[in-house]
Design a protein around this ligand. Structure first.
Ligand code: ZN
Length: 235
């Protein structure tokens, strides 16, 4: 990964090539820049393009500092924060029969002993996540079939992934990352529509983005929000 220093901050630069003979510079997350460049572009050209946009990039970076990161909390104790569907809850642990309740801004975990809280929450979260993602997936699929007039019926798998929010295999198996449950509902829909569009366009071609835009006109905004407010944990 290439790096570039702007202000006094070091940014990772990801490069992709395009055949439109144009440069585009995008801030994709904290300290991350994505540059799309013509295939023959040299690093020195890319760097120059980035430096030209230094002020703009630094402005975006400082705006990102104000956003909360939705890293799923690993510490399950009273007072800790916990993100669910883009909303921050406070954890409260109480003794009682194993159960989890969402009440206002609070997530109430009842269990025999405090050391059980994490397991109780984890069990509850598996069911909650599977139910939620399955429902939204079915809903999105129906809209997708109707709007794009197609009859694909992909299978769905929900599991923890380290590096991706979702994937779609050539035999139409869509996998969604369980950690999506921390993200805002609109961002979750964006991921689902992105993968659904791969059932008709395997690559990220113009046709792919056209289809995605029909399903979710502000998809770029949702992608940006997902990239900048959530982070995959490598656990
Ligand atoms: Zn894709």
């Amino acid at each position: 990964m290439k790096k570039v220093i702007l202000g006094n901050l070091s940014f990772n630069v990801e490069l992709t090539s395009n055949d439109r003979r144009k440069f585009s510079v995008e801030v994709t997350g904290r300290r991350s820049i994505l540059v799309s460049a013509p295939p023959e572009a040299r690093w020195i050209d890319v760097r120059e393009r980035i430096l030209k946009k230094e002020k703009w990039i630094l402005r975006r970076e400082s705006a990102l500092q104000d956003l909360p990161l939705l890293i799923p909390q690993r510490k399950v104790e009273t007072g800790e924060g916990f993100y669910l569907l883009g909303h921050q809850y406070r954890i409260r642990v109480k003794s009682g029969v194993n159960d989890v309740l969402l009440r206002g801004n609070e997530i109430l975990i009842t269990c025999d002993s405090e050391s059980m809280a994490k397991d109780v929450l984890a069990d509850w979260l598996i069911d909650y996540t599977n139910d939620y993602l399955e429902d939204v997936f079915i809903n999105c699929l129906q809209k997708f079939q109707l709007k794009l007039d197609c009859s694909v019926t992909p299978r769905l798998m929900i599991k923890k992934m380290k590096r991706r929010w979702g994937s779609c295999s050539p035999n139409n198996l869509i996998t969604l990352n369980t950690e999506l449950i921390a993200a805002h509902p609109k961002c979750i829909e964006y991921v689902i529509y992105h993968e659904l569009c791969h059932t008709i366009h395997l690559d990220h071609s113009k046709d792919f983005y056209n289809a995605l835009e029909r399903m979710i006109p502000n998809y770029e905004e949702q992608k940006y929000k997902l990239d900048t407010t959530t982070q995959l944990t490598e656990l």
